[in-house]
Design a protein around this ligand. Structure first.
Ligand code: ADP
Ligand code: ASP
Ligand code: MG
Length: 466
């Protein structure tokens, strides 16, 4: 049994949806398939924008967004040219979902408030629409298929916006809802990105979370493999939009893939690997635009690369917060207090770096939370600051983390030297450095404007384009 997940661009038009249906149909002739599908590209962004506009009192604009979303799906539906009956019932379903969406937008507008719970409901609409269109296209092609809302399968906690799957009830639901359909030869086309709490409230797994949905279902059903179909040939040595010579990696380990996705390789949602590791399920990345290309296979062990580094990734729009002061040297627990202060604000720390002199500690967080973190730290260390033990903090926004990833760096100290020489040769200033304990990853901070140049310099220096 196989899970096939299709991203937003893979279902971005009627022509794409037909291609995808063809791929699914050919695979389903060989073995049972569960399909997971994202919203049509751009739709989730539109839904979130509409919800925010409604909350800010721009209800007219919000409703126009909602109408635009309905139109986009209706146009795809017409271009799909389905049999009359299928066309009719799809039009009715799309209208019902759109009506529901408009009602929610009006409610948000009236309340003037948008809770994360309501935002999750509104942003679930994209997947609920796209999965119906793909299921109908499959049926029209003669492949028995059925749209399934993941709210009936993936059971999560109530952490709206970043819900966590509860695997035991999810396994039971997958067995109850998906397994019978598979046995009858019907392809379930499941919404990515969303789930529901035990009491049935809609949740989302985080932006880009359809990959995660696929891995959760793969693990729940004991799939042979999870295949992530996207718009590039696989996981590449760098983001192909930044490095034109980036190459596709044929094989990598779970650890390397996890590290890459944590450090910004959008091709795979960072949480995808965990359920795959748990179930020992291989994950394959394939290109819907070039289905015959071999793609990338991700398994527990991968053959060593011929270069010490495998890939380079980057995360943009971060802030570098530095706490400094000579008095910190002898002061126990400063780092722990700094981290727990940031954690209490529910802000994620992406990187930590401390100079050996201990005069300063740096943390990297998302730029959007910089002011909030700064205020909390100010309060936490007010006493030490008044005593002159801590001089204060500086905040530098608009920085990026660049991460160099590869199991081959382990025990090769020379590699680090080469990386920094390559950067210096290209005039790139490094603002902070951290080495992950896994030794799979060396990450450093540069000004946002130098992010791409840093990635390119290292990619070129290690000959990854060869
Ligand atoms: P989907 O909609 O199919 O989920 P995403 O846009 O989420 O697709 O992810 C695919 C994109 O990830 C690619 O188009 C590419 O721009 C980006 N990307 C970033 N880093 C990498 C990388 N190292 N390898 C491949 N793609 C990458
Ligand atoms: N549609 C969702 C998003 O845009 C999930 C996904 O595409 O994976 O975040
Ligand atoms: Mg994605």
């Amino acid at each position: 049994m196989l899970v096939m997940k299709f991203g937003g661009t893979s279902v971005g038009s009627a022509a794409r949806i037909r291609e995808v249906a063809g791929l699914v149909q050919r695979t389903a002739a060989e073995e049972p398939v569960v399909v997971v599908v994202s919203a049509v590209s751009g739709v989730t962004d539109s839904l979130i924008a509409a919800a925010r506009q409604a909350a800010e009192g721009r209800r007219l604009q919000a409703i126009q967004h909602a109408i635009g979303i309905e139109q986009r799906h209706t146009e795809i539906l017409h271009a799909l040219d389905l049999p009359a009956e299928e066309q009719q019932s799809m039009a009715t379903e799309l209208r019902a979902l759109s009506g529901d969406l408009e009602n929610f937008i009006h409610s948000v507008g009236t309340l003037g408030e948008l809770t994360q719970r309501t935002l999750d409901y509104i942003s679930s609409m994209g997947e609920r629409m796209s999965c119906r269109l793909l299921a109908a296209t499959l049926r029209a092609a003669g492949q028995p298929a059925e749209a399934v809302d993941a709210t009936k399968v993936i059971v999560t906690d109530g952490n709206f916006g970043h819900a966590f799957p509860l695997m035991d009830p999810t396994r039971a639901q997958a067995e109850a809802v998906l397994a019978p359909r598979l046995r009858e030869g019907r392809v379930p086309v499941v919404t990515g990105f969303i789930g529901a709490t035990e009491s049935g409230i809609v949740t989302t797994l985080g932006r880009g979370g359809s990959d995660y949905s696929a891995a959760i279902l793969g693990s729940a059903l004991g799939a042979r493999e999870v295949v992530i179909w996207t718009d590039v040939d696989g996981v590449m040595t760098a983001n192909p939009r930044v490095v034109h010579g980036a190459r596709t990696l044929p094989h990598m380990s779970y650890l390397e893939a996890a590290e890459m996705s944590y450090f910004g390789a959008k091709v795979l949602h960072p949480k995808t690997i965990a359920p795959a590791v748990e179930g020992g399920i291989p994950v394959r990345i394939k290109n819907t635009f070039a289905p015959d290309a071999p793609g990338t296979l991700i398994t527990a062990e991968a053959p060593p690369a011929d270069t010490p580094i495998r890939a380079i990734t980057a995360i943009s729009r971060l802030a570098l917060l530095t706490l400094q002061g000579k008095g910190m040297v002898g002061l126990p627990g400063v780092a722990a207090r700094l981290f727990s202060t940031i954690a209490q604000e529910q802000i994620n720390v992406l990187m930590i770096s401390q100079s050996s002199s201990e005069y300063n500690i740096c943390v990297l967080i998302e730029e959007a939370y910089a002011a909030q973190a700064q205020a909390a730290i100010e309060r936490q260390f007010a006493l030490e600051q008044s005593q002159g033990l801590i001089e204060g903090q500086t905040v530098r926004s608009g920085v990026s983390i660049v991460a160099v990833i590869g199991a081959g760096m382990r025990g090769k100290p020379g590699v680090t030297g080469q990386i920094f020489t390559a950067l210096a040769d290209d005039g790139i200033e490094v603002l902070a450095i951290a080495q992950g304990s896994s030794e799979l990853n060396l990450s450093f901070v540069v000004a946002g404007a130098q992010e791409d140049a840093a990635v390119r310099a290292i990619h070129h220096h290690f000959g990854l384009d060869r």
